[in-house]
Design a protein. Structure first.
Length: 240
């Protein structure tokens, strides 16, 4: 088993692994935990302070799983070293470049056989909010929805400035927190991000996001229509 963790969290997490065998099982065993639904169950809980640290840390722990067509076959098994190292390096690069995304606190990789492994990922819990579909539905038409559009436009511009192309930039992978001028859009599932040197990142990210929004409009009545997407494109400096 391999544990990669922030220095301030490493001692506590080593103890957690010794007691429970995995970060996910440790989180599942906590009395104070919330169950978050996504691609499988994710646990939100509190990481206690380690030696020399003085504060509890709200965290989210997920067991990494495949998505897509072959998910029932591949499940939670990945080729070593899994996606975890790439997610860490991508999250660090995005954060350093001003892109809001969850801070990776730790990951643990558990080999299975010779070339496969399972992994758990721990991130700092984001401020109170929700994914974009829930945030959009809860927001009243007008200023509140306009603030969400501004926040997503800011996110798209920040991704473009770094040449960060997100292969799965859908509405569920954008998390909205705050309100009014303080509304912030965070990007999730950053293991799907690639850094490229060409000039088409803005258009590709916007096209992927818009395709997802239109699908949600058609299938789930999201009411994030073309008028909102036009405003988003204009504010994100994206040609349609």
């Amino acid at each position: 088993m391999t544990l990669v963790a922030r220095e301030w969290a490493s001692a506590v997490l080593r103890q957690a692994l010794q007691a429970h065998g995995s970060l996910f099982r440790w989180a599942e065993a906590q009395r104070s935990r919330d169950e978050l639904r996504g691609r499988g169950v994710t646990w939100a809980t509190i990481l206690p302070p380690g030696p020399g640290t003085g504060a509890d840390t709200p965290v989210v722990v997920r067991h990494t799983r495949h998505g897509g067509l072959f998910a029932p076959l591949t499940g939670d098994l990945f080729l070593l070293p899994t996606r975890a190292p790439r997610e860490l390096s991508t999250a660090v690069r995005l954060s350093a470049g001003g892109v809001p995304t969850p801070e990776v606190i730790a990951y643990a990789v558990h080999p299975v056989g010779g070339i496969l492994a399972r992994s758990d990922m721990m991130t700092r819990r984001l401020p109170h909010g929700s994914d974009l579909p829930d945030a959009w539905r809860a927001a009243c038409p007008g200023a509140a929805r306009d603030a969400i559009i501004d926040a997503v436009a800011t996110l798209l511009r920040a991704l473009s400035a770094l040449g960060a192309q997100h292969a799965d930039l859908n509405v569920k992978n954008v998390y909205i927190a705050g309100e009014g001028a303080a509304t912030t859009a965070y990007v999730l599932d950053v293991d799907r991000v690639r850094f490229v040197a060409d000039g088409n990142v803005s258009a590709r990210n916007f096209a992927r996001f818009a395709r997802s929004a239109r699908k949600w409009n058609a299938e789930r009545g999201l009411d994030l229509g073309d008028d909102a997407l036009v405003r988003l494109a204009t504010r994100a400096w994206v040609d349609q």
